[in-house]
Structure formats: C-alpha cells, structure tokens
Design a protein around this ligand. Structure first.
Ligand code: NAP
Ligand code: ZN
Length: 341
C-alpha cells in the first residue's frame, strides 16, 4: 500500500509498504480521510520528537476492514475515528487518571504508523464508532475537536460567560464554536487575516479583532468591547504576542487557557504580581483525555460547522508538498483523501 513516511527529520516520502496485519487487539482500518495538522510540520522539521521512519497522520477516519482475534465488539464495515494517543495505563500519571500526561505516551502518526496511508492499524480501545452515513471528512475533525473540547472544559465556560479566543486557525475556529455551545454569550476572536475573521463571525464569534490594533485596549480597555476583561481567554495561536496578551485580557478572577504550542525552550515575559493580585487561573491544556466520544458525538450531531473550515482535499501524492510548505494565506484545514486518484 502507499504511505507517506517521515524517513528522517526533514525527509518525507511516499513509499510502497506492506499492508499491516492486525494484532489480536487491533482493527485494520481503510483510511478515508486524514487531516493535516501543524504538528505534522513540526514533526517534519524535528521540532517535536517522533520515531522515524514512521507514517504520519493522526487525525484519521475510515472503515474497519479486518479485526484481530480478540476483537468481538465492532463489525467489519463500521466507520471509526481514532484517538491517536495511547497511554500505557500503568505509570503514576495514568494511575492518577491523567492519561494525557502519561510518561510513556505513544501516538499513532507520531511514534507508530498513522493515517497518511491507505490503511492504518488502530488498537480497538482507541477506536470510536461513528454513524455509517457521516461524511468521513467530518470524522477526521473529531481528533482536533477533542483537543479543543478539553481546553474548553478546563476553561469552565458557563452560560453567559465572556470569552476571547486568540488565533483564528482551525483550533481557534473550533474553540469559538464550542465556547458558544458551552453557553458563552460573548466570544471575541483575534486573528490577523480578514478572511479568517469573517469565517469566525460565520461560525459564531460575536465580534472579531484585528491584532494589528491594540488588542488588549480594544477588548479590555475602558472603552473596549468588554471593559475590564473577559471571564475566559483561550490562547490558540502559539505565538509570544498572544500569550503575552492573554493574561491582560482576562478580568480579575478570570481564567487563561494555553492551547497553542510555542516552540519548546522559548519564553514569554509575564507579570506574576498581576496573576497574584487579580487571582488569575492560568492553565495548560494538552491533547484530549476522555473527550473523544463527546467530540465524535458533537461532529455526528451536525452542530459543529465543519465544511467552512475545509480549504481543500488532496491526494497522498500531494500531501508531502502541503506539509513541507507553510499554510497558504487563508488556508484553514487541508485533508488527505488516500483513496483519491
Ligand atoms: P494555526 O493555523 O497555525 O493557527 C494559529 C493561528 O493564529 C494562525 O492561523 C494565525 O492566523 C493566528 N495568529 C498568528 N499570530 C497571531 C497574532 N499575533 N494574533 C492573533 N492571531 C495570530 O494552527 P491550528 O491548527 O489552528 O493550531 C493552533 C495552535 O494550537 C497551534 O500552536 C497548535 O500547535 C496548537 N494545538 C494544540 C493542541 C493541544 O493539545 N493543546 C492540539 C492541536 C493544536 P492569522 O494569520 O489570521 O493571524
Ligand atoms: Zn502512562
């Protein structure tokens, strides 16, 4: 079968590899769609540790084509979405229920072969069935949506909350929607590209801000949109500027959730006095523990606007080019369709 392999840091090749054989607890899944994520670019450039040679792709959806000898509760032909993050179950973090912080975390598409291929092996416990009539491209959004859901859960958004989302990539645009679903009545998104601001308003942002103006003043200043700041700030850009803004946008007693990934080792100046004096809660949100089922149900219910976030669909042959280049202007999500000629 064809698979897009990270052969070594910086080298991505479309290879012919053996179609995998399911172990006793595995599903063999024919991949219908697999999203390209910023993490794939980080993996290619060695900014995030992986285990090359390995097939990338961790946002996949497909059809169960064969099952291992010990699998009896899922039918051949079922459509599934995969939670790529496999926790060991025995380390102290796993025993404490913090499976996303597992010391031995292994991810499909990062440490073991993933979904940029015609087939992927998925341990049964990592697979979530979705309706057979659900668009598989929507199924491929369950994984990123699950990451956003964990962040929104941590933020504690409630009916009537005010929220600022920093960064209008796919993560920010999904967080906007989840914040509204959680009951936020004010959801302000800050992102540089006008096209993405327009999109944010279409998917539920109550206002958008161009960060070239003074974002903090425009939002939290005395003549701003929410004078004194908002209940919750969710940082979804992963850049120093937005991290710096995040604590200043939260009101006293407010919550800041860092969802964006800044390069390891990079630092940002913060004012501890401000965090103390205004009792801010500053939280990190990493991947998606125990939320994949809810994310899949949300996608299946149709309440999440997904089609507007899809910029294009590409073949396996085209995927290496997409991952090797930075995202094009206006691009939100690109999906690989391995079955496409
Ligand atoms: P992305 O497309 O790179 O989104 C970031 C967006 O931030 C960009 O599209 C950019 O849009 C905007 N941005 C850049 N600088 C900005 C600034 N100064 N002010 C406001 N907006 C700015 O990536 P993504 O896929 O949406 O992911 C967002 C972040 O979440 C990434 O860092 C990713 O690694 C991380 N992530 C984290 C988790 C987790 O588990 N915590 C899971 C998935 C992804 P404009 O060009 O319009 O400004
Ligand atoms: Zn563990």
């Amino acid at each position: 079968m064809k698979a897009l392999r990270l052969e070594s840091i910086g080298r991505l090749t479309l290879a012919d590899v053996e179609k995998p054989l399911p172990g006793p607890h595995d599903l063999l899944v024919r991949v219908e769609a697999c999203g390209i994520c910023g993490t794939d670019r980080h993996l290619l450039h060695g900014e995030f540790r992986s285990k090359p040679p390995v097939t990338l792709g961790h946002e996949f959806c497909g059809i169960v084509e064969a099952v291992g000898t010990e699998v009896s509760d899922i039918a051949i032909g079922a459509r599934i979405t995969g939670d790529p993050n496999i926790a060991c179950g025995t380390c102290p973090q796993c025993h404490a229920g913090r499976v996303n912080l597992c010391r031995n975390l292994q991810a499909i598409g990062i440490h073991r072969d993933g979904g940029f291929a015609e087939y992927v092996l998925v341990p049964r416990k990592q697979a979530y069935e979705i309706p057979s009539d659900l668009d598989p491209v929507h199924g491929a959004f369950c994984e990123p949506l699950a990451c956003c859901l964990h962040g929104v859960d941590m933020a504690g958004i409630r009916a009537g909350s005010s929220v600022v989302v920093l960064g209008g990539g796919v993560i920010g645009l999904l967080v906007v929607q989840l914040a509204r679903l959680a009951g936020a009545t004010t959801v302000i998104l800050s992102t540089r590209q006008a096209e993405k601001r327009r999109l944010a308003e279409e998917v539920g942002a109550t206002a958008t801000v161009d960060p070239s103006a003074d974002t903090v003043e425009r939002i939290a200043g005395k003549d701003g949109l929410v004078p004194g700041g908002v209940d919750v700030v969710i940082e979804c850009a992963g850049v120093a500027e937005t991290v710096r803004q995040s604590t200043r946008l939260a009101k006293a007693g407010g919550t800041v959730v860092i969802l964006g990934v800044m390069p390891q080792g990079e630092t940002v100046e913060i004012e501890p006095f401000d965090i103390l004096f205004r009792e801010l809660r500053v939280l990190g949100s990493f991947i998606n523990p125990f939320v994949h089922r809810r994310a899949a149900d949300l996608v299946a219910s149709g309440v999440i606007e997904i089609d507007k976030l899809i910029s294009r669909r590409v073949t396996l042959d085209e995927a290496a080019g997409v991952i090797s280049r930075p995202p094009a202007a206006g691009e939100v999500k690109v999906l690989v369709i391995p079955g496409r000629a």
